[in-house]
Design a protein around this ligand. Structure first.
Ligand code: 5GP
Ligand code: MN
Length: 341
């Protein structure tokens, strides 16, 4: 199970070997894979005596704040000067878990200005070729798995430890919905099996990530299911919308709406779900599917977005009401695909 062919492995090992300051960048609205894989790489580089820093565009969700290595991270929107300084001072830059620089949500201009070599490690389809080295493996469930292989291959000694394994496991676990999707291949379980050897506290990690709802968040979920979920059995589709007033009513905090998009799959027959959340200037759209229905196609064709076959997103600039009408109006065109499952 080799990810890097020898020539490339050597080039990257030399780049790391001669770097003093390394910046690791990941995508806006960071999830468990973005943060887990970035911190794992950062912790490993630190062990090699490198000043490694992680820069994230915007806020961390609470359920990831306990992760080892979190002190390596700086949030661009909160500490702009510091974040820019890290990028300007870096002699090597890793970009993890995004396929388009616009996923840096505005701070890509500092990436472009930097003369440092850039290495992209990602699993999204159709990566934009902005980096000097692109490592793209779209069949992998997470970048966490790719960082596992990367660390095993780049460093001669075993650089992994309990903290790094914990970050990698969070990345793999969250991006596969706790091995619910994007994980039906043997190698992922070999990786997890090896992570277990580092005293991984698998059950505690699950609990830290998934049993971390605030009461308000739990009640928002209950409200969404009771009042807001629309099920369209003819199209195997269900969606939920949440407007600004509702977010305020349930004292919304970053990360509270995470995962809500997956819940309607528990309704028998539902293969396509959507979540619409009102933001200041747009409606953020999230799509998920089970089976072969390509939600990244809908996201790209109608919502200026993209993603994977089973998880994608984009934006709508209509009102909420019009957004929902428009969404329903799209479904007949996809009816055949949806019925195939
Ligand atoms: P989420 O629904 O959790 O925000 O995003 C799920 C996946 O869809 C992400 O991992 C990302 O690949 C993709 N995605 C979400 N929003 C956007 C977007 O606005 N543009 C693009 N290109 N991809 C997105
Ligand atoms: Mn990912």
């Amino acid at each position: 199970m080799v990810m890097l062919e020898e020539g490339l492995r050597k080039i990257i090992a030399d780049l790391i070997g001669s770097a003093k300051n390394i910046a690791i960048l990941t995508h806006t609205n960071p999830d468990g894979d973005a943060i887990g894989s970035s911190l794992a790489l950062g912790l490993a580089l630190k062990k090699k005596g490198i000043d490694a820093r992680v820069v994230i565009p915007d806020g961390l969700p609470d359920f990831l704040r306990w992760l080892p290595g979190i002190e390596l991270s700086t949030t661009f929107v909160y500490k702009k000067e510091k974040a820019i300084g890290i990028i300007e001072g870096a002699d090597l830059i890793f970009c993890l878990d995004f396929n388009d620089p616009n996923r840096l949500n505005g701070f890509e201009e500092y990436l472009f200005k930097s003369k440092a070599k850039k290495i992209l490690i990602d699993h999204h389809e159709d990566p934009v070729r902005f980096a000097d080295i692109t490592i793209s493996e779209t069949w992998r469930g997470s970048v966490g798995e790719m960082i596992y292989l990367f660390l095993k291959e780049i460093f001669e000694e075993d650089i992994l430890d309990k903290d790094i394994a914990t970050c990698l496991y969070v990345a793999i676990m969250t991006d596969t919905g706790n091995f619910n999707y994007a994980s039906s291949y043997p190698e992922i379980f070999h990786v997890v099996g090896d992570l277990m050897k580092y005293d991984l506290e698998k059950d505690r990690i699950y609990s830290n990530v998934y049993d971390a709802f605030s009461e308000d968040r739990m009640r928002l979920l209950g409200y969404c299911l009771q009042e807001k979920m629309v099920v369209l059995p003819g199209y195997h589709t269900a969606y939920i919308s949440i407007n600004d007033e509702e977010l305020k009513r349930f004292k919304h905090r970053k990360g509270d709406t995470e995962g809500i998009v997956n819940i309607p799959f528990s309704v028998k027959g539902v293969r396509f779900t959507a979540l619409f959340i009102e933001k200041k200037d747009r409606i953020k759209v999230s799509f998920r599917s089970r089976g072969s229905f390509p939600v990244n196609r809908i996201a790209a064709e109608h919502y200026q977005g993209g993603g994977h076959t089973n998880a994608a997103g984009g934006d709508s600039f209509l009102s909420m009401e019009e957004t929902l009408q428009f969404f329903e109006s799209l479904l007949p065109a996809y009816a055949e695909l949806l019925s195939e499952g």
